[in-house]
Design a binder for this molecule. Structure first.
Ligand code: ZN
Ligand code: ZN
Length: 475
């Protein structure tokens, strides 16, 4: 059996999670950056130093500006322009407030210790964060604005900071910050999360599989919001011939639609597909943008799929609602697609199940009916067809798929043959065979490209009338 439809049929293939990879790779990478030790080269004047050499985080101590929380250290980081947020996170002092408020307390304390400090000329730009924290509200405004329409309970952040910023922040913090100070990136993420928590109820922050992935580029302040798809597993039965598994773009306009006469503007070669008969009710229930359909293989458009059905995973893209009753959904699909497609065993799934579904190769059972070139004695037919049971077929790539499949010879085993029925010149039988067997070709031989074949053992032309997938032996 063929497993693939036309190449053009999958414009909606799975999108790689580039952002996710990017985000996972960059999140927390501040800690992973090699600590840059800037003070390796000692000035010659320091050589008299008599051995009482305190080392702080790998760098020599600058006695004019020792690391925080020493008062001189705090005074120093204030002088170089450290903002309240950064002051709090590198100051190493526990105060009643966090974030900028905590930093302001430390600053006020420092001013009260040293009145000169308040008058000192201090740079406007924080050397640690380049005033990044000032953008928190603005960023959160945009996050909330772009997620307003969506239902979600988990969020993940990926922050991209320029590498030189990470390095210079790391070196200042290492030299002047208190031991164990939180690096810039996680501090920034926490600030954003705190602001969100204060404005949105019931959201938790996760490190994988979020409902919503937010990526922020600190350099350009670009905020990207990616509403993660939802996946539903199920099995479908296709009860009517002539329905493709996935949307099949119009051959004439290649799916563009418009004023195309061939498809009357729908962009579709066939108005119905298993994908949409199942996916549309789901899409509208979950108020989503679109769906992708991932089947465990596929049957030809003219082949029914019966038995317990074919496993699939439906990917629901951009869902505004993330919860629904699958039992009800299943009933809705089955009543709307009545007589055409039927689903069962619906359950929530995950992205990783898509690859499992795509990779699983399972034996299948079929029933096929064909017309023989001449009427043959029933016993002869039964014996000849039965002789193919247990045989390994050699199948060259069938002519009908050769434009999209590599030319090669596949070996596929016919596990068993049963229920041979002879009615005049029409013959029908059931068989079970290995995944990837071209079953129609097994019957008509594809001009000798499949051998052995029913045509070969009967010694007469065989024209396939219909084919049904009886079962997919998996899951
Ligand atoms: Zn700062
Ligand atoms: Zn068209």
């Amino acid at each position: 059996m063929t497993k693939e439809g036309p190449d053009s049929e999958s414009p909606d293939g799975t999108v790689d999670d580039d952002w996710h990879l990017f985000a996972s790779a960059s999140y927390g990478s501040a800690e992973a950056e090699p600590a840059e030790v800037t003070e390796i080269e000692e000035a010659p004047e320091d050589e008299w130093f008599d051995g009482d050499d305190h080392i702080h985080s790998g760098a020599s101590i600058d006695w004019e500006a020792p690391p925080c929380p020493a008062p001189l250290g705090i005074a120093h980081v204030i002088k170089i322009g450290t903002c309240d947020n950064c002051l709090h996170r590198i100051g190493g002092r526990r105060v009643d407030s966090t974030g900028a408020e905590g930093g302001a307390i430390l600053r006020a304390e420092a001013h009260s210790r040293d009145s000169e400090l308040e008058k000192a000329e201090i740079p406007d730009l924080c050397p640690l964060c380049e005033n990044l924290f000032e953008d928190v509200i603005n960023i959160v405004d945009r996050v909330i604005e772009s997620t307003n329409d969506y239902e979600y309970s988990t969020m993940q952040f990926g922050i991209h900071l320029p590498k030189d910023m990470i390095q210079s922040e790391d070196s200042i913090r290492t030299k002047h910050g208190a031991q164990g100070s939180k690096p810039l990136k996680p501090s920034f993420v926490i600030s954003i999360q705190e602001e969100i928590t204060s404005r949105v109820q019931g959201v938790s922050f996760v490190k994988e599989s979020p409902d919503i992935m937010i990526t922020i580029d600190a350099l350009t302040l670009r905020v990207d919001v990616d509403v993660r798809p939802i996946f539903i597993y199920g099995r479908y039965r296709k009860l009517e011939r002539g329905i493709p598994q996935t949307r099949w773009p119009c051959r004439a306009c290649r799916g563009r639609g418009g004023d195309c006469e061939n498809c009357k503007g729908t962009g579709l070669q066939y108005t119905e597909s298993v994908q949409d008969l199942i996916g549309e009710p789901v899409r509208s229930t979950m108020d989503a943008n679109d769906t992708s359909f991932h089947g465990m293989g596929r049957e030809d458009i003219d082949v029914r799929c019966l038995g317990s059905g074919r496993p699939f995973v439906l990917e629901i893209k951009g869902p505004r609602s993330r919860k629904t009753d699958l039992e009800e959904l299943s009933e809705q699909i089955n009543s709307e697609a009545s007589g055409k497609v039927e689903v069962n065993s619906l359950r929530w799934s995950q992205k990783r199940e898509v690859s499992r579904i795509k990779e699983t190769r399972s034996e299948k059972s079929y029933t096929i009916r064909f017309k023989a070139g001449e009427e043959l004695p029933e016993e002869e037919v039964t014996e000849a067809i039965s002789s193919l049971s247990g045989r390994v077929l050699e199948q060259e790539t069938p002519k009908r798929v050769s434009h999209r499949r590599a030319a090669k010879t596949r070996k596929r085993k016919v596990t068993s043959i049963s229920d041979i029925l002879v009615e005049g010149d029409e013959i029908q039988f059931s068989l079970r065979c290995e995944a990837g067997t071209y079953v129609k070709e097994l019957v008509h031989s594809d001009e000798g490209r499949t051998t052995p074949s029913v045509k070969e053992v009967l010694g007469t032309e065989c024209e396939v009338l219909w084919l049904d997938v009886e079962d997919i032996h998996s899951d």
